[in-house]
Design a protein around this ligand. Structure first.
Ligand code: FAD
Length: 453
């Protein structure tokens, strides 16, 4: 049985692992990757930019030599151009010799992902206007962080990728301005109570945050020299854009059903409209358990869960159960703060048309008698729940202490559709070295129910 995979990132990698685990030598796997570098892990880019991982060749999901099996063929510099669903072949062009060949498949898994957006403004083609994704941009950004001629860096987009770019730039000793078109940094991940704390913390660490910044142009003579917004001009020797993505699906137009924004359309079994052709990862919309609908959740975790599901059910005539969906969980450090967020927040709930009740709880991590300098910082918790049923739909935790593990507790609660009442009473441990008599999530849920803890 021949399985062809498109894209060597999280979705492609997980597909190979699952195929080998489940079907061993009974399956012949060919993975095509358009790029030269196999499986750069953008999630690890900040570690590389901050010199915590020094060799860029280590920042990856896998190396081709990790799969020495004779039934696994990993072909980089091979771009898949089209699919012939009747003949069950893909047409592939090799960049090394410019040759185009057809390869047969029995099953085809698409994980072609996304590419970062270049803002559609004048000057986007100037030298030193960069993007942040993949091996090539990582190495280029790193070079500029080490270049003393680059003094001022402007980062466009204050989502988690932009925050990573800004923090790495600041730690490299650059003057940094972080711009976003909306009114808060990380505004699509966290509600204002938490982004207020983080915005102030970014400022304290020397990052100027400019919100409501509508970018009109990048200006300069050959090289970028400034960003022009509707309000002012911000000098910059380097611009790093982290302002959204576009699906790598132009090549699928007219072949596979795409929605109006270019995401590959899949059914509840992650099948496309073509028989035996499946799609996973960032190029698709993910089924969100709390929103009860598909929405963009561009995370490695999602691509991997989807690939696992697809391969598990690959040879069932009709899969015996639909993909269960994801919650969408992420975590990030912003200098001394760490946060984790799971499920919906006010911004994403409004976008998905889901009504949420929002509650915010703040307290010390451990019993009050433990002095702050002994490791008893403030912890903030936000919960989002269904106003009628009290089902938990989202949550976030933030502290200078690493409480991100609590984000996974929230993820599990959201995935299993627990209510505030259940979270308020869940039996968690108490040990004053770590937490309060009631765990912080118990207390946050109790407060959300109007029971003042
Ligand atoms: P992609 O990673 O987009 O890869 C698609 C691959 O397909 C590419 O290699 C591309 O070259 C190839 N391809 C496309 N078209 C073709 C074609 N026609 N023929 C052959 N090959 C093709 N997620 C997390 O969960 N946690 C994190 O901490 C995190 N941090 C991130 C940090 C950064 C800076 C970035 C940019 C992303 C981060 N993400 C994180 C998101 C995560 O990287 C993506 O969700 C994940 O990579 C999606 O995997 P994918 O397989 O869908 O596609």
């Amino acid at each position: 049985i021949k399985v062809v995979i498109v894209g060597a990132s999280h979705g492609g990698h997980q597909s190979i692992l699952e195929l080998l685990t489940r079907y061993g030598e009974n399956v012949d796997i060919t993975l095509f990757e358009a790029g030269d570098y196999v499986s750069f892990m953008s999630c690890g880019m900040e570690l590389y930019l901050e010199d915590k991982v020094t060799d860029v060749n280590d920042v990856r999901n896998f190396r081709p030599e990790n799969f020495p099996q004779s039934n696994v063929h990993i072909l980089n510099n091979h771009e898949v151009k089209t699919i012939d669903a009747d003949k069950k072949t893909v047409t592939v062009t090799s960049a090394s010799d410019n040759e185009t060949k057809e390869y047969p498949y029995d099953k085809l898994i698409l994980s072609s992902g996304v590419k970062p957006n270049n803002l559609p403004v004048p000057g986007a083609d100037l030298e030193n206007v960069y993007l942040m994704r993949g091996y090539n941009w990582a190495t280029k950004i790193k070079e500029k962080l080490n270049d003393p001629a680059i003094k001022k860096i402007a980062v466009v987009g204050a989502g988690y990728i932009g925050i990573e770019a800004a923090e790495a730039s600041r730690k490299a000793g650059k003057e940094v301005v972080l711009l976003d078109v909306i009114d808060r940094p990380l505004g699509t991940y966290l509600d204002a109570e938490m982004t207020d704390i983080l915005e102030q913390h970014l400022n304290e660490n020397g990052i100027e945050v400019l919100t409501n910044a509508k970018i009109e142009a990048f200006t300069g003579n050959g090289k970028v020299e400034a960003i022009k917004t509707s309000e002012k001009e911000i000098p910059a020797d380097l611009v790093i854009q982290a302002a959204g993505v576009k699906a790598n699906t132009e090549w699928l137009k007219g072949i596979v059903d795409l929605d109006e924004r270019g995401w590959i359309q899949t059914n509840e079994y992650l099948q496309t409209n073509l028989p035996d052709v499946y799609a996973v990862g960032d190029a698709t919309l993910a089924y969100s358990i709390p929103a009860r609908k598909k929405m963009p959740i561009a995370l490695a975790t999602v691509a991997r869960r989807e690939a696992r599901y697809v391969v598990k059910h690959l040879f069932e005539e009709v899969p015996n159960k639909p993909f269960g969906g994801v919650v969408g969980s992420s975590a990030l450090s912003v200098f001394d703060y760490h946060f984790a967020a799971s499920g919906l927040n006010s911004f994403t709930a409004a976008k998905a048309g889901v009504d949420v009740r929002v509650s915010y709880y703040e307290d010390t991590l451990r019993p009050k008698y433990v002095p702050e300098e002994q490791g008893n910082p403030k912890v903030s918790i936000q919960l989002f729940s269904d106003p009628m049923t009290h089902q938990l739909l989202g949550g976030a935790v933030l502290s200078t202490y690493d409480v991100t593990g609590q984000g996974n507790v929230l993820a599990l609660a959201i995935q299993n559709k627990l209510t505030l009442e259940e979270l308020a009473e869940a039996d968690f441990f108490f040990q004053p070295g770590f937490d309060r008599q009631w765990s912080m999530l118990n207390l946050a849920a109790q407060q959300a129910l109007g029971e003042e803890p």
